[in-house]
Design a protein around this ligand. Sequence first.
Ligand code: SF4
Ligand code: SF4
Length: 320
Amino acid sequence: MHETLPHLQPSDFPAIERRELETLQINIGLRCNLSCLHCHTNSNPHRKEKMGESTLNSVVDFLRWKKIRTLDITGGAPEMHPGFRGLVVRARDLGVHVIDRCNLTILEEPGFEDLAEFLAGQGVEIIASLPCYTQENVDQQRGQGVFTQSIAALRRLNALGYGRPGSGLALNLVYNPLGPFLPPGQEELEQEYKTHLYDDYGITFDHLYTLCNMPIKRFGSTLISRGLFDDYLHTLKQAHNAANLDQVMCRSLISVDWRGYVYDCDFNQMLGLNITDGGDNPLHLDDLLHGDINGRPITVCNHCYGCTAGQGSSCGGALT
Ligand code: SF4
Ligand code: SF4
């Protein structure tokens, strides 16, 4: 696989700084039941890296002492981590809002039959990737049979109240383009998804988040192989909207890797761009327990144009 970082530097992306920390996003492990082409974590069923017990304890300590409002759990398929459920329960006991970044198909895997009930019982918000509402496009991007499994999982979640008005169980879907182009308008696409999924399968959900594909890891490497990397970067830069700079997710979030090291966001994590002590030493979550990173400069690079292009893109969808 091609290294993408050398293709992203030097960068003319504007300087930005952190604000008050609201969200702790943790990558609990890299194992996943799928291996999607666009995956920026290179997750697959054979990955073994996962957060250890002491780092899970550090996460809970950090939530408690820093009064963090939201714990956003990513992977891989985070639910495959043996400590996932215990962590969710501890965070919820602290009154923290928990988000599970779910690929849906995991809910249909053998051994995970009771997962949806667990998530509903804990009031966990589900943000689930569904790159299209057609079988052909989803199976092309994520693998044969993924669409059928995803529809079955969405029906299961709806039956538990997820995505139903008044249930308090939020079910949000994520769209990302199939290739090196910007996503369409979020509101219009959400309406299209809602119409198709309801008319064809009786499925309801709350919101659709449209995300840009980041030119890093597996997707970036594929672009390099096909000679499309520079064109895609040019597309992102041309569409840069300075109004999005105020809202990019790194302003109020830190990302933690499976070993406990911290980054300005998930993408910086994948590129190995650590938050450091100001020198060469990467900071661990434990180092931040008694420190404060508000106001610190954020490490930016050319991939950041993926967050500010067009309507903008963040873990909560479009920005403007
Ligand atoms: S489901 Fe998500 S984490 Fe798993 S391989 Fe696909 S993109 Fe990566
Ligand atoms: S890629 Fe990360 S650091 Fe760059 S703007 Fe987006 S969230 Fe911020």
